[in-house]
Write a protein that binds this ligand. Structure first.
Ligand code: URP
Ligand code: ZN
Ligand code: ZN
Length: 473
């Protein structure tokens, strides 16, 4: 069994910062000890020098969409390319969304996504299930999925005709979640009202990408968030609001949490760093089309979201990684340009799985908005607890999986599509100079990123059968 030692670094978990060496035995963390208090190096197969660096738990991104069929095309990253890019960025676990299509069984969606991921992933992975068709049968199958380790189900108040569910359907699924102990994840935007605004904009000839943002105003995210939280309160299930972008929505979540409800939320780097202005650059704005959209007066929303992360009004940063190429994709052809004549035809989604750990370190820790422990908490520990993976994942402790990142807090570098590894031909952060860089990445004890090279292989990653939400009040 290979033994590795990470020596000389500062181990950072959600609660501690300590100068400590880490002994890894095969796939697990075997021991932590003060430097020079042991003779581990003598019997080690590998020694990683982390002097002057942070040693943090591998990132857990609980919101990705590899290969998602959406908007008339398919998300460009495969499980192979997307998980490799995640590894480059210090993420060692993803939870992706399997999809139940209309008139399909829920478990067919699960089996299909298991097939796509099997043998292709560079890092460990789990699944949530998108409930796309609420029927007596799919409600029953939520129990079967639960037994397979899918303990969270996403529903949509947006995208009528695609993933949308009515309030009644949502409420029925929530009642099932209460019964079997799962968590409902909600895309909270009022899609019915949005469709009216979209139709009116197109009738006026307002077809540019910026109208994607203007027809999805924050009030409709706030309204849907309120409704989702109230339905969950009545049903009695935990509710997790995905990709939160606006103060209007955050206020609703904060109130519910202050009332003691099991209500939780995530935001994503795009809502912390980008704004409606990015959508206003003529057709190039299509690169930034996602839902909910980036916001007008973004500084106010961003400040509130950062503060929410700092105070635990918000619990997690995920990416909602769902990339579509700007130019032609070699297999799927035109992607973002599908909406040249109408913003309503632009596939919704952005690349980001590789950038999250570094962006949140830069904007959070380096720029003074988050403490170091809180950074680890929102990017790794709470994701593990929220989605039933702790303490196997999300911490550096004896017995935990040796998913570890050696992070250089001082390295300054520039984000660019020229140097990233996501299979997409643009970066939303092109030219952004940031401080803090992922240097070495171990996934279950195997060094997969080191010295600027990838040393893993497709198929290293294993399916994670998840337990229930460990973050409940
Ligand atoms: O624009 C987005 N967010 N695309 C991915 C699908 C979703 O709604 O999460
Ligand atoms: Zn969504
Ligand atoms: Zn998503």
């Amino acid at each position: 069994m290979p033994r590795s030692v990470i020596k000389g670094g500062t181990v950072v978990t959600s609660t501690e910062q300590m100068l400590s060496d880490v002994l890894i035995d095969d796939e697990k963390i075997a021991a932590l000890a003060a430097p020079d208090s042991h003779d581990w190096e003598a019997g080690a197969d590998k020694v990683i020098d982390a002097t002057g660096k942070y040693v943090i738990p591998g990132g857990i991104d609980v919101h990705t969409h590899m290969e998602l069929p959406f908007g008339g095309t398919k998300a460009a990253d495969t499980f192979e390319t997307g998980t490799r890019a995640a590894a480059w960025g210090g993420t060692t676990t993803i939870i992706d969304f399997a999809v139940q299509a209309k008139e399909q069984n829920l478990m067919d969606g699960f089996e299909a996504w298991m097939g796509k991921a099997d043998g292709n992933c560079a890092i460990d992975y789990g699944f949530h299930l998108i409930v796309g068709d609420v029927t007596d049968q799919s409600l029953k199958e939520m129990d079967i999925a639960f037994d397979e380790g899918v303990t969270s189900f996403k529903m949509f108040m947006a995208y009528p005709g695609v993933f949308y569910s009515t309030d009644g359907e949502i409420f029925r699924a929530m009642q099932k979640a209460t019964e079997n102990g799962s968590t409902i994840m909600m895309h909270a935007e009022n899609g019915i009202a949005i469709d009216v605004l979209v139709e009116q904009a197109l009738a006026r000839g307002d077809t540019d990408p910026i109208y994607h943002g203007l027809t999805r105003p924050p009030i409709l995210e706030g309204e849907a968030t309120h409704r989702a939280i109230k339905l969950a309160e009545l049903a009695g299930c935990p509710i997790y609001i995905v990709h939160m972008s606006a103060t209007e929505a955050l206020l609703e979540l904060t109130m519910a949490r202050d009332d003691g409800q099991n209500a939780f939320g995530e935001t994503c780097p795009q809502y912390l760093f980008l704004s409606l202005d990015d959508l206003g650059n003529g057709y190039e704005g299509a690169k930034f089309v996602c839902s909910p959209p980036m916001r007008d007066r973004a500084e106010e929303h961003q400040e509130a979201l950062w503060k929410g992360l700092a105070t635990n009004d918000l619990q997690i940063v995920s990416t909602d990684h769902c990339p579509f190429c700007w130019g032609d994709h070699p297999e799927f052809g035109t992607q973002k340009q599908l909406g040249r004549d109408s913003f309503a035809s632009i596939p919704n989604g952005l690349p980001g799985v590789e950038n999250r750990m570094e962006l949140i370190y830069h904007g959070g820790v380096h720029e003074g908005r988050l403490g170091l422990n809180r950074y680890v908490e929102v990017t790794s520990t709470t994701p593990a607890k929220m989605f039933g993976l702790y303490p196997q994942k999300g911490t550096i402790a004896v017995g935990s999986d040796a998913d570890v990142v050696v992070f250089d807090p001082d390295e300054v570098h520039t984000l660019s599509a020229e140097t990233h590894h996501m299979w997409v031909d643009y970066s939303c952060y092109e030219g952004l100079e940031i401080t803090g860089k992922v240097e070495t990445v171990l996934s279950r004890g195997k060094t997969i990123i080191e010295d600027g090279a990838y040393h893993g292989s497709a198929g290293d990653g294993r399916y994670l059968r998840r337990g229930t939400n460990q973050y409940l009040i």
